[in-house]
Write a protein that binds this ligand. Structure first.
Ligand code: BV8
Ligand code: ZN
Length: 247
Protein backbone atom coordinates (compact mmCIF):
# COMPACT_ATOMS: atom_id res chain seq x y z
CA UNK A 1 0.00 0.00 0.00
CA UNK A 2 2.81 2.40 0.88
CA UNK A 3 4.53 1.51 -2.41
CA UNK A 4 1.30 2.31 -4.28
CA UNK A 5 1.21 5.74 -2.62
CA UNK A 6 4.85 6.36 -3.58
CA UNK A 7 4.17 5.30 -7.17
CA UNK A 8 1.14 7.63 -7.38
CA UNK A 9 3.21 10.53 -6.01
CA UNK A 10 6.05 9.80 -8.46
CA UNK A 11 3.64 10.02 -11.39
CA UNK A 12 1.72 13.04 -10.04
CA UNK A 13 1.69 16.32 -11.97
CA UNK A 14 -0.30 18.22 -9.29
CA UNK A 15 -0.49 17.31 -5.59
CA UNK A 16 -2.78 18.76 -2.90
CA UNK A 17 -2.16 18.02 0.78
CA UNK A 18 -4.66 18.75 3.58
CA UNK A 19 -3.36 18.68 7.15
CA UNK A 20 -5.11 18.75 10.52
CA UNK A 21 -4.10 18.87 14.16
CA UNK A 22 -2.83 15.27 14.04
CA UNK A 23 0.22 16.42 12.06
CA UNK A 24 1.18 18.77 14.93
CA UNK A 25 0.33 16.24 17.67
CA UNK A 26 3.85 14.72 17.61
CA UNK A 27 5.24 18.20 18.24
CA UNK A 28 3.34 18.23 21.51
CA UNK A 29 0.53 20.52 20.32
CA UNK A 30 -2.71 19.03 21.71
CA UNK A 31 -5.10 18.15 18.87
CA UNK A 32 -8.21 20.24 18.62
CA UNK A 33 -10.43 17.52 20.04
CA UNK A 34 -8.00 16.27 22.68
CA UNK A 35 -9.59 16.55 26.09
CA UNK A 36 -8.74 20.08 27.14
CA UNK A 37 -6.06 20.05 29.82
CA UNK A 38 -5.71 21.79 33.19
CA UNK A 39 -7.48 25.14 33.39
CA UNK A 40 -9.42 24.42 30.20
CA UNK A 41 -10.59 20.93 31.17
CA UNK A 42 -14.19 22.00 31.62
CA UNK A 43 -14.44 24.11 28.46
CA UNK A 44 -15.61 22.76 25.08
CA UNK A 45 -13.23 24.05 22.38
CA UNK A 46 -16.13 24.28 19.98
CA UNK A 47 -17.78 26.72 22.41
CA UNK A 48 -14.65 28.80 22.82
CA UNK A 49 -13.86 28.88 19.07
CA UNK A 50 -16.97 30.89 18.15
CA UNK A 51 -17.93 34.58 17.79
CA UNK A 52 -20.61 33.99 20.49
CA UNK A 53 -17.98 32.61 22.87
CA UNK A 54 -15.83 35.67 22.28
CA UNK A 55 -18.77 38.05 22.72
CA UNK A 56 -19.82 36.27 25.91
CA UNK A 57 -16.39 36.31 27.53
CA UNK A 58 -13.65 38.03 25.50
CA UNK A 59 -11.18 37.79 28.40
CA UNK A 60 -11.58 33.98 28.68
CA UNK A 61 -11.44 33.34 24.93
CA UNK A 62 -8.44 35.62 24.29
CA UNK A 63 -6.59 34.08 27.24
CA UNK A 64 -7.22 30.57 25.78
CA UNK A 65 -5.87 31.59 22.39
CA UNK A 66 -2.93 33.49 23.81
CA UNK A 67 -1.93 30.49 25.95
CA UNK A 68 -2.07 28.29 22.83
CA UNK A 69 0.03 30.88 20.93
CA UNK A 70 2.69 31.09 23.66
CA UNK A 71 2.68 27.28 24.01
CA UNK A 72 3.29 26.95 20.24
CA UNK A 73 6.35 29.20 20.48
CA UNK A 74 8.12 26.48 22.47
CA UNK A 75 7.35 23.48 20.26
CA UNK A 76 9.31 22.33 17.23
CA UNK A 77 8.18 20.97 13.86
CA UNK A 78 8.26 17.16 13.84
CA UNK A 79 9.45 14.73 11.10
CA UNK A 80 5.98 14.87 9.53
CA UNK A 81 6.30 18.64 8.99
CA UNK A 82 9.85 18.21 7.71
CA UNK A 83 8.77 15.49 5.24
CA UNK A 84 6.06 17.77 3.81
CA UNK A 85 8.61 20.56 3.28
CA UNK A 86 10.81 18.04 1.42
CA UNK A 87 7.82 16.90 -0.64
CA UNK A 88 7.16 20.48 -1.72
CA UNK A 89 10.79 20.84 -2.85
CA UNK A 90 10.57 17.51 -4.74
CA UNK A 91 7.76 18.89 -6.93
CA UNK A 92 9.19 22.41 -7.19
CA UNK A 93 12.47 20.94 -8.58
CA UNK A 94 10.44 19.10 -11.23
CA UNK A 95 8.19 22.02 -12.15
CA UNK A 96 5.09 20.20 -10.88
CA UNK A 97 2.26 21.73 -8.82
CA UNK A 98 2.11 21.30 -5.04
CA UNK A 99 0.04 23.08 -2.40
CA UNK A 100 -0.36 22.43 1.33
CA UNK A 101 -3.80 23.31 2.71
CA UNK A 102 -3.72 23.38 6.50
CA UNK A 103 -6.46 23.60 9.13
CA UNK A 104 -3.76 24.15 11.72
CA UNK A 105 -3.21 27.58 13.21
CA UNK A 106 0.27 26.95 14.71
CA UNK A 107 2.46 27.84 11.65
CA UNK A 108 4.66 24.77 12.24
CA UNK A 109 4.55 24.00 8.50
CA UNK A 110 6.14 27.34 7.75
CA UNK A 111 8.69 26.84 10.52
CA UNK A 112 9.62 23.50 8.90
CA UNK A 113 10.28 25.28 5.59
CA UNK A 114 6.99 24.76 3.72
CA UNK A 115 6.27 27.79 1.52
CA UNK A 116 3.14 26.93 -0.47
CA UNK A 117 0.94 26.91 2.64
CA UNK A 118 -2.74 27.94 2.61
CA UNK A 119 -4.03 28.66 6.15
CA UNK A 120 -7.69 27.68 5.83
CA UNK A 121 -8.49 28.52 9.46
CA UNK A 122 -6.13 31.47 9.97
CA UNK A 123 -3.40 31.55 12.60
CA UNK A 124 -2.80 32.12 16.31
CA UNK A 125 0.09 34.44 15.47
CA UNK A 126 -1.91 37.29 13.95
CA UNK A 127 -4.30 39.33 16.10
CA UNK A 128 -6.86 41.83 14.74
CA UNK A 129 -8.76 44.76 16.24
CA UNK A 130 -12.52 44.21 15.97
CA UNK A 131 -13.06 47.98 15.66
CA UNK A 132 -10.43 49.37 13.27
CA UNK A 133 -9.28 46.08 11.76
CA UNK A 134 -5.60 46.75 12.52
CA UNK A 135 -3.73 43.44 12.26
CA UNK A 136 -0.36 42.65 13.80
CA UNK A 137 1.76 39.51 14.10
CA UNK A 138 2.37 38.75 17.81
CA UNK A 139 5.60 36.81 18.38
CA UNK A 140 6.35 37.85 21.98
CA UNK A 141 5.25 36.52 25.36
CA UNK A 142 1.73 36.56 26.80
CA UNK A 143 -0.38 39.70 26.53
CA UNK A 144 -0.37 41.82 29.68
CA UNK A 145 -4.15 42.01 29.78
CA UNK A 146 -7.17 40.01 28.50
CA UNK A 147 -8.74 40.89 26.19
CA UNK A 148 -5.79 42.74 24.59
CA UNK A 149 -6.63 46.25 23.40
CA UNK A 150 -5.81 48.10 20.20
CA UNK A 151 -4.43 51.65 20.23
CA UNK A 152 -7.88 52.78 19.13
CA UNK A 153 -9.34 51.23 22.28
CA UNK A 154 -10.99 48.33 20.43
CA UNK A 155 -10.74 44.68 21.54
CA UNK A 156 -8.23 42.51 19.67
CA UNK A 157 -9.15 38.95 18.61
CA UNK A 158 -7.04 36.07 17.30
CA UNK A 159 -6.78 35.91 13.50
CA UNK A 160 -8.36 32.47 13.36
CA UNK A 161 -11.59 31.37 11.64
CA UNK A 162 -14.19 30.51 14.28
CA UNK A 163 -17.07 28.07 13.82
CA UNK A 164 -19.82 29.89 11.99
CA UNK A 165 -17.33 32.21 10.27
CA UNK A 166 -16.47 32.09 6.59
CA UNK A 167 -13.03 30.92 5.56
CA UNK A 168 -10.79 33.56 3.95
CA UNK A 169 -12.00 33.96 0.36
CA UNK A 170 -8.50 33.83 -1.14
CA UNK A 171 -7.67 30.66 0.79
CA UNK A 172 -10.84 28.91 -0.34
CA UNK A 173 -10.38 30.02 -3.95
CA UNK A 174 -6.81 28.68 -3.96
CA UNK A 175 -7.95 25.41 -2.40
CA UNK A 176 -10.81 24.88 -4.83
CA UNK A 177 -8.62 25.70 -7.83
CA UNK A 178 -5.91 23.28 -6.72
CA UNK A 179 -8.37 20.49 -5.90
CA UNK A 180 -10.04 20.76 -9.32
CA UNK A 181 -6.66 20.21 -11.01
CA UNK A 182 -4.95 17.71 -8.72
CA UNK A 183 -4.12 14.10 -9.50
CA UNK A 184 -3.09 13.10 -5.97
CA UNK A 185 -4.77 14.29 -2.73
CA UNK A 186 -3.36 13.50 0.73
CA UNK A 187 -5.51 13.93 3.86
CA UNK A 188 -3.16 13.89 6.86
CA UNK A 189 -3.97 13.87 10.59
CA UNK A 190 -7.46 15.31 10.37
CA UNK A 191 -10.69 13.96 11.82
CA UNK A 192 -12.38 15.08 8.57
CA UNK A 193 -15.36 16.53 10.47
CA UNK A 194 -15.01 20.28 10.01
CA UNK A 195 -16.45 21.75 6.82
CA UNK A 196 -15.66 22.84 4.21
CA UNK A 197 -12.24 21.08 4.51
CA UNK A 198 -13.89 17.74 5.31
CA UNK A 199 -15.36 17.65 1.80
CA UNK A 200 -12.13 18.43 -0.04
CA UNK A 201 -11.61 14.69 -0.62
CA UNK A 202 -14.82 14.64 -2.68
CA UNK A 203 -13.60 17.52 -4.84
CA UNK A 204 -10.35 15.64 -5.42
CA UNK A 205 -12.27 12.47 -6.34
CA UNK A 206 -14.42 14.50 -8.74
CA UNK A 207 -11.15 15.54 -10.41
CA UNK A 208 -10.24 11.82 -10.74
CA UNK A 209 -7.34 12.22 -8.30
CA UNK A 210 -5.90 9.28 -6.38
CA UNK A 211 -6.79 9.92 -2.73
CA UNK A 212 -4.75 8.96 0.35
CA UNK A 213 -5.46 9.27 4.07
CA UNK A 214 -2.87 8.91 6.85
CA UNK A 215 -4.42 8.86 10.32
CA UNK A 216 -4.06 6.92 13.56
CA UNK A 217 -7.79 6.20 13.58
CA UNK A 218 -10.63 5.75 11.11
CA UNK A 219 -12.46 8.92 10.02
CA UNK A 220 -15.66 9.64 8.02
CA UNK A 221 -13.62 9.74 4.82
CA UNK A 222 -11.60 6.55 5.36
CA UNK A 223 -13.98 4.52 3.20
CA UNK A 224 -13.87 7.17 0.44
CA UNK A 225 -10.11 7.22 -0.19
CA UNK A 226 -8.11 4.93 -2.48
CA UNK A 227 -5.39 4.34 0.12
CA UNK A 228 -6.06 4.51 3.88
CA UNK A 229 -2.79 4.22 5.82
CA UNK A 230 -3.19 3.68 9.56
CA UNK A 231 -0.31 5.25 11.47
CA UNK A 232 1.42 8.39 12.64
CA UNK A 233 2.17 11.08 10.08
CA UNK A 234 5.53 11.70 11.81
CA UNK A 235 6.51 8.09 11.01
CA UNK A 236 4.83 7.35 7.67
CA UNK A 237 5.48 10.63 5.82
CA UNK A 238 9.30 10.46 6.14
CA UNK A 239 9.21 6.85 4.85
CA UNK A 240 7.07 7.88 1.87
CA UNK A 241 9.22 10.89 0.96
CA UNK A 242 12.46 8.90 1.42
CA UNK A 243 11.14 6.21 -0.96
CA UNK A 244 9.96 8.83 -3.45
CA UNK A 245 13.32 10.63 -3.49
CA UNK A 246 15.18 7.31 -3.83
CA UNK A 247 13.39 6.40 -7.11
C1 BV8 B 1 -18.19 27.72 7.55
C2 BV8 B 1 -9.61 27.61 14.14
C3 BV8 B 1 -19.89 28.78 6.31
C4 BV8 B 1 -9.98 27.95 15.54
C5 BV8 B 1 -11.18 25.87 13.45
C6 BV8 B 1 -23.57 21.51 10.72
C7 BV8 B 1 -23.94 21.96 11.97
C8 BV8 B 1 -23.30 23.04 12.58
C9 BV8 B 1 -22.25 23.69 11.92
C10 BV8 B 1 -21.91 23.21 10.66
C11 BV8 B 1 -22.55 22.15 10.06
N1 BV8 B 1 -21.97 21.93 8.83
C12 BV8 B 1 -20.99 22.82 8.67
C13 BV8 B 1 -20.97 23.61 9.77
C14 BV8 B 1 -20.13 24.68 10.01
C15 BV8 B 1 -18.85 24.30 10.76
C16 BV8 B 1 -18.56 22.84 10.91
O1 BV8 B 1 -17.98 22.22 10.02
N2 BV8 B 1 -18.90 22.28 12.06
C17 BV8 B 1 -18.61 20.87 12.28
C18 BV8 B 1 -18.14 20.68 13.73
C19 BV8 B 1 -19.86 20.08 11.94
N3 BV8 B 1 -17.83 24.89 9.93
C20 BV8 B 1 -17.63 26.20 10.03
O2 BV8 B 1 -18.23 26.92 10.81
C21 BV8 B 1 -16.60 26.77 9.08
N4 BV8 B 1 -17.19 27.89 8.42
O3 BV8 B 1 -18.60 26.62 7.27
O4 BV8 B 1 -18.71 28.90 7.06
C22 BV8 B 1 -21.00 28.59 7.32
C23 BV8 B 1 -21.27 29.63 8.20
C24 BV8 B 1 -22.31 29.46 9.12
C25 BV8 B 1 -23.04 28.26 9.18
C26 BV8 B 1 -22.73 27.21 8.29
C27 BV8 B 1 -21.71 27.38 7.36
C28 BV8 B 1 -15.40 27.27 9.87
C29 BV8 B 1 -14.65 26.08 10.44
C30 BV8 B 1 -13.34 26.56 11.05
C31 BV8 B 1 -13.41 26.41 12.56
N5 BV8 B 1 -12.08 26.75 13.12
N6 BV8 B 1 -9.98 26.21 13.90
C32 BV8 B 1 -9.11 27.19 16.52
O5 BV8 B 1 -8.19 26.46 16.12
O6 BV8 B 1 -9.38 27.37 17.72
S1 BV8 B 1 -11.52 24.23 13.22
C33 BV8 B 1 -10.58 23.29 14.27
O7 BV8 B 1 -10.95 21.95 13.95
C34 BV8 B 1 -9.07 23.33 14.00
O8 BV8 B 1 -8.71 24.16 12.91
C35 BV8 B 1 -8.77 21.90 13.60
O9 BV8 B 1 -7.71 21.79 12.76
C36 BV8 B 1 -10.05 21.60 12.94
C37 BV8 B 1 -10.34 20.22 12.51
O10 BV8 B 1 -9.92 19.40 13.49
P1 BV8 B 1 -8.62 18.49 13.11
O11 BV8 B 1 -7.54 19.37 12.58
O12 BV8 B 1 -9.07 17.37 12.27
O13 BV8 B 1 -8.18 18.05 14.54
P2 BV8 B 1 -8.89 16.94 15.38
O14 BV8 B 1 -8.37 17.03 16.77
O15 BV8 B 1 -10.36 16.99 15.14
O16 BV8 B 1 -8.39 15.57 14.70
C38 BV8 B 1 -7.03 15.22 14.70
C39 BV8 B 1 -6.98 13.91 13.96
O17 BV8 B 1 -5.62 13.50 13.86
C40 BV8 B 1 -7.72 12.80 14.69
O18 BV8 B 1 -8.41 12.03 13.75
C41 BV8 B 1 -6.58 11.99 15.33
O19 BV8 B 1 -6.91 10.61 15.40
C42 BV8 B 1 -5.49 12.17 14.34
N7 BV8 B 1 -4.14 12.07 14.88
C43 BV8 B 1 -3.72 12.42 16.13
N8 BV8 B 1 -2.37 12.25 16.20
C44 BV8 B 1 -1.96 11.79 14.98
C45 BV8 B 1 -3.08 11.67 14.15
N9 BV8 B 1 -2.99 11.23 12.88
C46 BV8 B 1 -1.76 10.90 12.42
N10 BV8 B 1 -0.63 11.00 13.16
C47 BV8 B 1 -0.70 11.43 14.44
N11 BV8 B 1 0.44 11.52 15.16
ZN1 ZN C 1 -8.27 49.29 16.60
Amino acid sequence: MLDDVVAALAAARAVVVLTGAGVSAESGVPTFRDAQRGLWADYDPEQLATPAGFARDPALVTRWYDERRVQCADVRPNPGHDALARLERYYAERGRAFVLLTQNVDRLHQRAGSRQVVELHGTLWVWRCIVCGHEREETGGPFGEYPPRCGCGGLRRPGVVWFGELLPEAALARAWGALAACDVFLSLGTSAVVEPAASFVDLARAASARTVEINIEETPITDRVDFALRGKTGELLPRIVDALCAR
